[in-house]
Design a binder for this molecule. Structure first.
Ligand code: FES
Ligand code: FES
Length: 865
């Protein structure tokens, strides 16, 4: 019996136990995605005889004799189904990895179901959009601007160039390519949080039919590196091996099996015998710094970039500006509190993964879901002692990153396997591996003491931060520095002190995550300032206005390790005015007897990372009059590709449809440090602008060389700052602790808003992701270091029903540094959300909540005090 897929009969029988998702992809339906393989995310939704099913939990054999429709077959070739057209018109996506699932679910909805979208979408998750754009798509709202005249693209709501591919399931993500002879890699991971590997017996594993090789620490390069990727590699401690003979967290790689099938590789993993010598475990960062604590990297010293390996300290700050003691002595009000933030996971819907092979010249090629193809290429070349041009890294469309893919978590192992076998090799993380073995946001403990005069003027800020970097130091020191910097430097205060530590523990490594430490420290700073305002009887907005930085101010903070930051444009005053206006609005209807309150918070963020971030762009005039734009940045849903097309089009006085973009392939385009810290717009965008302006000058001068092209380069410095403010009004049920968000308002200074449609989407998505971290999300680690949160069912990513509409307002304040006045706006919306909610809760309940997340239980318990 055969399966009919999109009207075509497929006779290949499914393998025993095979799910429909993998069967469909095996038969070429790459529009069917994997977000979890446990029925929780809906990315794999298809129709079986017209009914939507999660194909990852639908046995393939049950589809035999039935008609299966995937997103590719929803409409006749060359046409769009009305639902696909609606998602295109509304731009109901960002990375687009969830989009096929939403389209298939929507296409099967009855009118009655469409009237209740929170229920209709309970089986689908989107991590990028915050759901408003998806609701707009279902409701037929057209958000995308019609193409305008030449030279008018910047500032318009241009749709993503890849939109037609996203809505038809033909956009190509990492694994959406046929690779003949592909082998599969599976990882045996440590059950122990700290142990020395004494012996590995792979005899039985190697005997499993289809197994090609078992890789252990004896096969891996001795060279140490950091999985974190920065232009300046020395920012991260070199403390990691591809496969190590010491495991420092449960879930760390012990061995890798490469086999013909995933099933064979998994079976072989189960047969590997490993002897461990257990070592003492420390999971609490304060305990890890005490004398006598087990040392994770005691065999290394400062030459590896570790501040004090003898105390498990990866990085630290001890710095003071002014005289903090004198500042407190002159204060009329002093408030001090300690705050805690937990591990949270990025949950990009596309898990980490890479596939590698050797090309015809024997060069190593890695196709990866990465935000940093160029830095990953450099890291692989260094690791395997290869010339840079012997390595090629390509990113397809990336299914969400949020900082998590600014990390080399799979490519090194894939490269090792390719070099050992000479065959193409694929490694795709499971959702459980994302929780146990990828990275999380750094858990922070933040103590802040603030002093102020009666008029609200801050006299002293004293900050102590302990960040848990986990078993490895990837991003640990940099997140600590960044978190402590703009959260303090946004306020004028003569006396500031910072004591901060990024500390190793035997837990899953932390890493880069939207906000890069600012979300954690701003939670404390903005909560403490709220208490100071209360004690002074002062409007919290007025207290902010009395102390915020103004144009021309020095943005130095204690321990700052860069001096290229300045206020290139200033819209913070406008952001605060939006919040002030919202706070004066009448209270929304709410359940009787519930406690109502409101709260605000604000944040500043540098528009790029310190220490160098480079981008090259080249634009060439094509014979047909179009322009080829080569730029390194990967597109993972943040819209930089769209903005690059807009910038180039305006500079060349043409329309964006005439800009053909090549990107994120180290063979085809110039260097780019990566798509993080919103650098896609402010760094790569500036390189694009410079290239386009140079080409325009050549054209205007009548240059006639062929090909006619020009290059732009930007080194990422100087840097400006962007601002955000968030305000909530909430109602809290005193009987249960349930919190209702009555109104959510966000104001942002993004400089010149290059694409309001996309920038609004970034803010809505950032607020939604932050609401998840504020109200629900936490990755739990037991005392033995085991991660106990291993599925989306346990880890509550906000669903359609959980996310309120956030009203988004933009300041009108073009920047003098960013391209055409633009600033960054991808990660900063996250940062003020938790403290704004904390301040609203304080207003509603009288309780200062200090530990995230604010779950219903925790709020109820707070109300009982
Ligand atoms: S992949 Fe099937 S529901 Fe997530
Ligand atoms: S657009 Fe929905 S997960 Fe990225």
């Amino acid at each position: 019996m055969s399966v009919e897929i999109n009207g075509v009969s497929h006779d290949e029988p499914p393998r025993p136990g095979q799910c429909l998702r993998t069967y469909l992809r095996q038969e070429g339906a790459f529009g069917v995605k994997k977000g979890c393989d446990t029925g929780d995310c809906g990315a794999c939704t298809v129709h079986v005889d017209g009914r939507p099913v999660h194909s990852c939990v639908y046995p393939a054999f049950r589809a035999q004799g039935r008609s299966v429709t995937t997103v590719e077959g929803l409409a006749p070739p060359g046409e769009l189904h009305p639902v696909q057209q609606c998602f295109l018109d509304a731009q109901g996506f960002q990375c687009g990895f969830c989009t096929a699932g939403y389209i298939m679910t929507t296409a099967a909805l009855s009118d009655a179901q469409r009237a209740d979208l929170p229920r209709a979408f309970k089986g689908n998750l989107c991590r990028c959009t915050g759901y408003r754009a998806i609701a707009d798509a279902v409701n037929g709202v057209v958000n995308v601007d019609a193409p305008g005249q030449a030279g008018t693209a910047v500032g318009s709501g241009l749709g993503a160039p890849a939109g037609p591919q996203v809505v038809t399931g033909t956009a190509r993500y990492t694994f959406d390519v046929e690779i003949p002879g592909l082998l599969h890699l599976k990882v045996l991971r440590s059950p122990w949080a700290h142990a020395r590997i004494v012996g590995i017996n792979a005899t039985a594993a190697l005997a499993v039919p289809g197994v090609h090789v078992v890789l252990t620490h004896e096969d891996a390069p001795k060279r140490l590196f950091s999985s974190a990727q920065h232009e300046r590699a020395a920012e991260d401690p070199a403390d990691t091996r591809v496969l190590d003979d010491v495991v420092r967290h449960a879930g760390q790689r012990v061995a890798a099996v490469v086999a013909d099938t995933e099933a064979a590789a998994e079976a072989a993993c189960r047969l590997i015998e490993v002897s461990y010598e257990r070592l003492p475990v420390v999971t609490d960062p304060e305990a890890a710094m005490r004398p006598g604590a087990p040392l994770l990297h005691g065999d290394k010293d400062a030459s590896f970039g570790i501040a004090r390996a003898s105390a498990n300290v990866a990085g630290e700050i001890h710095a003071e500006l002014g005289d903090v003691a004198a500042g407190f002595a002159e204060a009329d009000v002093v408030y001090e509190q300690t705050f805690h933030t937990p591990r949270v996971q990025h949950v990009a819907l596309e898990t980490h993964g890479a596939v590698g092979w050797l090309d015809e010249q024997g060069r190593l090629v890695v196709r990866s879901s990465t935000q940093t193809p160029f830095l990953t290429r450099r890291a692989l070349a260094v690791l395997f002692d290869l010339p840079l041009d012997e390595v090629r890294v390509v990113a397809g469309r990336v299914g969400g990153g949020f900082g998590g893919k600014q990390e080399m978590l799979v490519e090194d192992l894939v490269a090792l396997a390719v070099r050992k076998t000479g065959r193409p090799v694929k490694l795709e993380y499971t959702r459980a591996e994302q929780f146990t073995s990828a990275t999380t946001r750094h858990p922070f403990s933040v103590r802040l003491k603030a002093g102020a005069r009666r008029d609200g003027t801050l006299t002293a800020l004293d900050l102590r931060v302990v960040s848990d970097t986990g078993a490895y130091g990837n991003h640990g020191p940099a997140v600590m520095y960044h978190g402590c910097h703009e959260s303090l430097s946004v306020y004028r205060c003569d006396n500031k002190r910072t004591e901060a530590y990024a500390v190793y523990t035997n837990t899953v490594p932390s890493g880069a995550f939207r906000g890069y430490g600012l979300g954690q420290v701003s939670f404390a700073v903005e909560s403490v300032l709220d208490e100071v305002a209360r004690r002074l009887g002062m409007d919290p907005v007025v207290l902010r206005e009395r102390n915020i930085v103004r144009p021309g101010d020095d943005l130095t903070a204690p321990g700052a390790h860069a001096d290229d930051l300045s206020i290139g444009g200033y819209g913070l005053d406008q952001c605060l005015e939006v919040v002030r206006t919202a706070a004066r609005s009448p209270v929304e209807p709410h359940p009787a007897g519930w406690l109502v309150g409101q709260g605000m918070a604000m944040a500043m963020i540098a528009t790029g990372p310190p220490g160098g971030h480079f981008a090259d762009a080249t634009i060439t005039r094509l014979a047909d009059g179009r322009f080829d734009l080569a730029v390194g940045t990967a597109e993972f849903g943040n819209g930089t590709t769209t903005v690059h097309a807009q910038i180039a089009a305006d500079a060349l006085d043409t329309t964006p449809d005439r800009i053909v973009i090549r990107q994120s392939d180290t063979d085809l385009v110039g260097h780019d440090s990566g798509a993080f810290a919103s650098t896609g717009v402010v760094v790569a965008g500036k390189a694009v602008l410079l290239a386009a302006q140079a080409l325009r000058a050549k054209i205007d001068a009548g240059a006639n060389e062929e090909p006619l092209s020009a290059r732009g380069h930007f080194g990422g410095t100087p840097r400006s700052v962007a601002f955000n403010a968030q305000w909530f009004r909430i109602a809290v049920d005193p009987q249960t602790g349930e919190t209702l968000i009555l109104r959510s308002v966000h104001s942002a200074d993004a400089g010149k808003v290059m694409n309001p449609l996309q920038c609004r989407g970034q803010i809505e998505g950032g607020v939604a992701q932050a609401l998840g971290a504020t109200l629900a999300e936490h990755v739990d680690v037991g005392a033995d270091g085991q991660v106990t949160t291993t599925s989306l069912r346990q880890y509550h990513v906000p669903t359609f029903a959980d996310v309120p509409l956030t009203e988004v307002h933009f300041a009108d304040a073009p920047d003098t540094i960013g391209p055409l006045g633009a600033k960054s706006m991808s990660e900063s919306p996250f940062n003020p959300v938790a403290p704004a909610m904390a301040n609203a809760l304080r207003d509603a309940t009288g309780v200062r909540f200090t530990d995230l997340p604010f779950t219903r239980d925790r709020i109820w318990q707070g109300l009982q005090r």
